[in-house]
Design a protein around this ligand. Structure first.
Ligand code: AMP
Length: 403
């Protein structure tokens, strides 16, 4: 059976197709600058074959039509009817969706309403569900929420210390993000450690251009660094992460910023590694600049490590037992030995010891700590799409509704 994973953004659409239950990826691709006259359609399939075309793709419906048409014309699949499931990444499930769920008109409407919490994503994602229902009516659809992994967090961790009425009336709480990635890493690491997933205690570090750290106790999320939105927590590529909220009105007055939306743009898109370094949001550019003596690039790197260390330290304290492992993943976590080494050095007095040779691994599963390290350290590449496809397969195969 073929299952498709869909990851829709406001101006991009990423897709993958898997043969299940073999978990064999048969094609993947994306459309960038969707909504414009010069969108870029790419697909990778077969034995390293690639299709790429720059063209006008002005609507979501046209985007999906093109993907479906080309799946056939490129010979990737024989019949569209073979696609039996579509799994959608949904950014916010709010407090309503605690697990992945099969899609009905009710769930689509709820996903759209949750646009209140994720205005740039949920409405678009709900719209794609409707487009697929129209263009591929025989396929069952499933929603996989970035937030649902965090449904198990206790109130002490998800509540903010403000008047409780803002939670009760306005739903202000920590929802977390990157949940599908952390969940995949938890399951895969449990396998690698030969432990039942309900027994693993981990600290998972998803360090990419977006970055978050999650504390996992007995196979459940205990706390995570992202918050009401993904702006919270660690310093990131372009996001500030946590800062004193009083800075906001102060900056507005000092800098003559009149709209809160403009300030949010600064915090979301012009801060983090980019803002501090003034060079780039890409870790590789900063490595180069710092090596060439750029002090701001070095400062940005040091602050980045500092925030990671502080979160790991607080989660080590929060977990009731020592974790089975610290697990690095995502673009930087998987590929940047220097970053991992710097974090390990800071944690050495807690018994974390990284092996400098094993640490050279990039983009591959490996235990990188020394045999005598009190806490194991692993690199495990993430695979959110596979998690989406697995959930979709499981739900449509067993016909369970997991809401
Ligand atoms: P992601 O958001 O997970 O795709 O991660 C993007 C980040 O990973 C960017 O900051 C990249 O610079 C970083 N990255 C990707 N490959 C490497 C690499 N080989 N070495 C260092 N950083 C990398």
């Amino acid at each position: 059976m073929l299952i498709m994973a869909i990851n829709a953004g406001s101006s991009s659409l990423k897709w993958q197709i898997y043969q299940m239950p073999q978990e064999q990826q048969i094609a993947h691709g994306q459309i960038e600058r969707l909504g414009s006259q010069n969108a870029v359609f790419t697909a990778q399939y077969g034995q390293g074959q690639t299709f790429e075309k720059q063209e006008a793709i002005t609507t979501q419906e046209l985007a999906v039509t093109l993907i479906l048409t080309r799946l056939k014309s490129l010979g990737i699949i024989d019949r569209l009817e073979d696609i039996q499931g579509i799994g959608h990444r949904i950014v916010s499930g709010g407090e309503l969706f605690k697990k992945s769920t099969t899609i009905s008109p009710y769930t689509t409407q709820k996903i759209e309403h949750l646009g209140e919490l994720a205005p740039l994503h949920n409405p678009t994602e709900a719209y794609y569900i409707q487009v697929f229902a129209k263009l591929l009516p025989q396929a069952k659809q499933v929603a996989v929420f970035d937030t649902s992994f965090y449904a198990t967090m206790p109130a002490v961790n998800y509540l903010y210390p403000i008047d409780l009425k803002y939670y009760q009336r306005d739903h202000v709480r920590k929802y977390g993000a990157h949940g599908t990635s952390h969940r995949y890493i938890m399951k895969r690491t449990a396998q690698l450690l030969h432990k039942p997933v309900e027994q693993v205690n981990l600290i998972t570090l998803h360090i990419g251009s977006g970055a978050s750290i999650t504390a996992i106790e007995q196979g459940q999320a205990l706390d995570t660094s992202m918050g009401f939105t993904p702006l919270a927590g660690l310093m990131m590529g372009t996001r500030s992460g946590n800062l004193d909220p009083s800075i906001l009105p102060y900056l507005m007055e000092k800098e003559g910023i009149f709209k809160i939306a403009d300030l949010m743009k600064i915090l979301n898109h012009k801060s983090g590694l980019l803002g501090v370094s003034g060079v780039s949001n890409d870790k590789r550019d900063l490595d180069e600049a710092a090596a060439a003596g750029n002090k701001r690039a070095q400062l940005a790197q040091d602050m980045f490590v500092n925030r990671i260390v502080k979160y790991v330290g607080s989660y080590l304290a929060l977990l009731k037992e020592q974790p089975d492992a610290l697990v690095f993943t995502a673009g930087i976590g998987e590929n940047d030995p220097d970053l991992r080494w710097a974090v390990g050095q800071q944690l050495a007095h807690l018994g974390v010891h990284i092996d400098p040779v094993k640490n050279q691994v990039r983009g591959q599963e490996a235990r990188i700590s020394t045999p005598d390290s009190k806490i194991a350290v692993w690199v495990v590449p993430t695979n959110e799409e596979l998690m989406i496809v697995r959930d979709t397969y499981e739900l449509i195969d067993n016909k369970k509704t997991a809401l």
